[in-house]
Design a binder for this molecule. Structure first.
Ligand SMILES: Cc1cc2nc3c(=O)[nH]c(=O)nc-3n(C[C@H](O)[C@H](O)[C@H](O)COP(=O)(O)OP(=O)(O)OC[C@H]3O[C@@H](n4cnc5c(N)ncnc54)[C@H](O)[C@@H]3O)c2cc1C
Length: 398
């Protein structure tokens, strides 16, 4: 096993801020490339958006028509995750279902766009779709089968954490970054508080990577720089009973209540979309969202209307954005890395933002390539092929 060189306590080559899926994948990539690293997360690991999302392993089809950059990222990463993280996935495929004239008319562009993005499709007549998924509305006109799937939103990042820890990475939960340390306009570390011990201390590093998801703008402001994050919450509602085996999407441009993801014996209907200034404003489900999700979702699977509700919750997307957009539906799900030395004159600090849980590994690869370039090193990325340890390994000792 490769173990990175350890420096003095609380001095690391690279410090990662944020313990969601993105931070977990960055820590894993850094460790595999031989860096001495620490990750700080203010809550429990995955306690931000990562632990709350829908769990759709995207094939990219949802974004093929309007957001091809994200669609291509998803189809590539979907194939890689099948190789390296199989136990966190259910390879149950997805069905895009047309239930109206408009949906049917959209199918031509949809199929053409999927082809252009390299996403495989299988066109099904209504009877074929109903034979596969008998709980679909009898009004289904046609459907397209794609390589979507279901992921375990918690197990997937925990597999990255397990493997990173086995390579020697240091993971500090309940450790909140209060501020960035800097010398002569360059970031040199983080000032943190250990929330369990209520103890403040400093961690020094050659480079700090901001992977704070919808909070990335707040962390960037600690260095006096801007990362244009627009926290964009969405509501999801889980009902009891697995009403489909495949992930069911409406065959239309992305909108509200157009996805049903089967998770074990639940069906999760999502989502809605609006903007907030800070993710903390997105803790409660706004009035009417749950009812609307069930009503519109029932246009795809009528049984959703009668199914008992198990839970409803909100999470904030870390979208990169333009203030003019109204709800977030038109904003790209692609991701960006920011070199704050080149863009803002602040050295020792990079940010990665946007993306999807499906693209966490690619976000990490791009962010760590940037880290390497800044440190003048070129160890190759090995995360495309490194099969991850099971999530249980995170808890085993020795
Ligand atoms: C409604 C909804 C549905 C979604 N469905 C899907 C889906 O089906 N499939 C899919 O692929 N993607 C989905 N996504 C997108 C996906 O959830 C996100 O892109 C992904 O989880 C973001 O991960 P992250 O690690 O970047 O952010 P986060 O998981 O939010 O991680 C950031 C972490 O930083 C920590 N942090 C913040 N500030 C500090 C600080 N000062 N000090 C220390 N730590 C700090 C936070 O506590 C948090 O844990 C969905 C998103 C939403 C909102």
């Amino acid at each position: 096993m490769h173990t990175p060189e350890k420096g003095p306590a609380n001095r690391f080559r690279v410090i990662v801020v944020g313990g969601g899926g993105t931070g977990a994948a960055i820590l894993h990539d850094l460790s595999l490339r031989g860096f001495d690293t620490v990750l700080v997360e203010r809550g429990e690991s995955t306690s931000g958006t990562t632990g709350r999302h829908h769990g759709q392993l995207h094939s990219g089809a949802r974004y093929a028509v309007n957001d091809q950059e994200s669609a291509v990222e998803c189809v590539e990463e979907n194939a890689i995750l099948r190789r390296i993280a199989r136990p966190a996935l259910e390879l149950n495929d997805g069905l895009f279902v047309a239930v109206s004239d408009e949906d049917e008319a959209f199918s031509g562009r949809f199929l053409e766009s999927c082809r252009a993005c390299g996403i495989s499709t299988r066109l099904l007549a209504a009877e074929e779709a109903l034979a596969l998924e008998p709980n679909l509305t009898p009004g289904v006109r046609l459907a397209v089968q794609v390589p979507d799937g279901t992921m375990d939103a918690w197990r997937l990042p925990m597999m990255f954490f397990s493997t990173a820890r086995s390579q020697g990475a240091d993971i500090r939960t309940f450790t909140e970054v209060l501020g960035l340390e800097s010398v002569a306009g360059g970031v040199t570390g983080v000032r943190v508080v250990d929330r369990r011990a209520e103890r403040e201390y400093t961690i020094k590093g050659d480079l700090v990577v901001n992977a704070a998801g919808p909070w990335a703008g707040q962390v960037a402001r600690m260095a006096g720089v801007n990362v244009p994050i627009r926290p964009t919450p969405g509501v999801m509602v889980a009902v009891r009973g697995r009403l489909s085996n495949m992930v069911v999407n409406r065959l239309s441009p992305p909108g509200d209540a157009d996805i049903v993801v089967p998770q074990r014996n639940l069906s999760i209907v999502g989502t809605t979309s609006w903007f907030v200034e800070t993710p903390e404003e997105a803790l409660d489900c706004p009035e009417g969202h749950v009812e609307m999700l069930l009503e519109k979702g029932a246009e795809l699977i009528p049984g959703l209307r009668q199914a008992p509700v198990r839970a409803a919750w909100v999470a904030a997307r870390p979208l990169i954005g333009d203030k003019k957009e109204e709800s977030g539906r038109g904003m790209s799900r692609a991701f960006r890395c920011y070199d704050h030395r080149a863009e803002d004159g602040v050295s020792g600090f990079v940010s990665v933002a946007g993306g999807k849980a499906t693209t966490l590994r690619a976000m990490a690869e791009r962010a760590v390539d940037l880290v390497c370039a800044k440190l003048g090193l070129d160890p190759p990325c090995r995360t495309r092929d490194k099969v991850l340890l099971p999530h249980q390994a995170f808890f085993s000792r020795g």
